[in-house]
Design a protein around this ligand. Sequence first.
Ligand code: ATP
Ligand code: MG
Length: 388
Amino acid sequence: MRAYCGATSSERIRKEQVEGMSENNAGDELAAATSEASLAASRQRSRDIEADLAVHPERWRVLTGDRPTGELHIGHYFGSLANRVRLQNLGVETWVLVADYQVITDRDGVGPIRERVYSAIANYLACGIDPERSTIFTHSAIPALNQLLLPFLSLVTDSELKRNPTVKAEHEATGGRPMSALLLTYPVHQAADILFCKAQLVPVGKDQLPHLEQARLIARRFDERYGRSVPEHPVFPQPEALLSVAMNILGTDGTKMSKSKGNTIELGMDADTTAKLIKKAVTDSDRHITYDPVHRPEVANLLLLAALCSGDDPVAIAERIGDGGGGALKALVTEAVNTFFAPIRQRRAELVADPGYLEQVLAAGNAKANAQAEATLDEVRTAMQMKY
Ligand code: ATP
Ligand code: MG
């Protein structure tokens, strides 16, 4: 954000003409997206946007999504799904992508993709995403979205992608597996996801800021290259980050709960399975329960879960348990989680029992996304003088 916020539009265009896609320059901009100063600016901007969302929700369009690499879990609920529902209910137009093509960035096969896609949709609806107000769609069903990748790829360099901090982190997480070209280019695919529907807002954690910076660079470069005939009407808006409060729910093994790690409590699990998993969750040997996220992360995580589910304060919960030990803590967390998710799980079970309805929701979302993607691609081809 920092890199060009302060520059006037003519300065920016001149800078871009002189430097083109200078690799150092682009690398700096992406790295700068996570610098302290830029982070502070992004936080302030997010607060300003939040204030505007409350007053003018109709001005904003949000894109969010998930890779269907596994079942959505309670970490997703508190870390992102609840916020999507909140934005939707404020009146913000919300687009929700099930990023099926992105499953194969870092794995050889798609897994039980069909089940996972419909399961994700059942979870969205059960959590409160309303298909009348939000558009749920899948990558693979939207050809015009994917076609945007071609012109967009011409606007980035290979070294810019190789140095993208998020690409590097994702690659490291694969444990030294050779990087697929799809993983390397996934920030560009994500730019297509954001820009095809002209979303101005993307809820992200701070680690995803470089992605958004890449999407902004692509939007700007496209318009500078092809949209200069009417500079005041750029083809693409500059999408902005809505920084979410960092939430890091740990899994039963004490590391970050992740759908591909086998350490999750899934949204769709039943109460007994949830109880068994929480019983096995890693804690520590100190029987006196305290809320100390730094020194006792596993115990603190359980207290946080109980707090999120009950609306209570984690410190107060810890004080109530006192010397009751891990057993009492886990019993309390189990009760809180199962009570909180019971209505969501009930709705989810009803939805899963009606696959025809889920198919209908996705077909309608895909039809809407296709119409939008075709309109955007049409503008892109017009700007590129490739309309025949
Ligand atoms: P994968 O194992 O495929 O990486 P994941 O479970 O880590 O899956 P992601 O798809 O990487 O899930 O995460 C999508 C978003 O969900 C994150 O950006 C974050 O907002 C939220 N999220 C995921 N896991 C957690 C968690 N453990 N705690 C809080 N939020 C989470
Ligand atoms: Mg992850």
